[in-house]
Design a protein around this ligand. Sequence first.
Ligand SMILES: [Fe+2]
Ligand SMILES: [Fe+2]
Length: 191
Amino acid sequence: MNTFKEVHGNRGGVDHEQKTLKLDEEAIRKAASADLDDGAVTPGYGPYRDSIVKLLNDALATELVCVLRYKRHYFTADGLESPAIAEEFLQHANEESAHADKIAERIVQLGGSPNFNPDSLSERSHADYDESTDLKAMVRANLVAERIAVETYRQMIELIGDKDPTTRRLLEGVLAEEEEHADELSDWLRR
Ligand SMILES: [Fe+2]
Ligand SMILES: [Fe+2]
């Protein structure tokens, strides 16, 4: 019977007979030498890089709109429970801003260009801006936006899969925080 190496040459993979996992040495050599201007982006990202950058730019727009919505709510929250809930809005605003930074940084690492253009921000965002004046309506609008963020990140993680593990891990971290945000807001709604 042929050995794994005879069948696959230098290509990596799983040799079920020998129970070994083997790296694709040819791809590693190619990654080291080709397109050094691309920095951290190796040819393995290849065909998916542009669509990953597009997905990330839409997520960036969403995070920026969420910062603006939470800030608006933070400064205008009024009423009996407003100091505590306003603090929550501010904390979320700062966390959404940190998400935006991480996403923009990843777009640049991938050789893309982060889109901060305010003219098209709300069109590109998955979640909406909101100018509610009532505390409950604010909480509700934020909860809707968080649920949109959760579903968007969940889908992105599924789509990206093993195509770009670094981006996937980043998004998994962001998703966990969006789920926390949604939880905190639904607790407020139940009070
Ligand atoms: Fe976020
Ligand atoms: Fe969030």
